[in-house]
Design a protein around this ligand. Sequence first.
Ligand SMILES: [Zn+2]
Length: 52
Amino acid sequence: MHIDKLRDSFPDDNVCRQFLESVIWAGCRLCPGCRYDKSYAIRGKTARAGLY
Ligand SMILES: [Zn+2]
């Protein structure tokens, strides 16, 4: 794959993170510790993207 094509597919960190999440979790987000499947995105001024 050409680097320019890769760059077009992942224009920013958020898009890249969402892609990796879809690969890792495949639509079902599980806690790595206890396998619990109910979680929500943590939002707020001090929360970075990708926290659940
Ligand atoms: Zn857990």
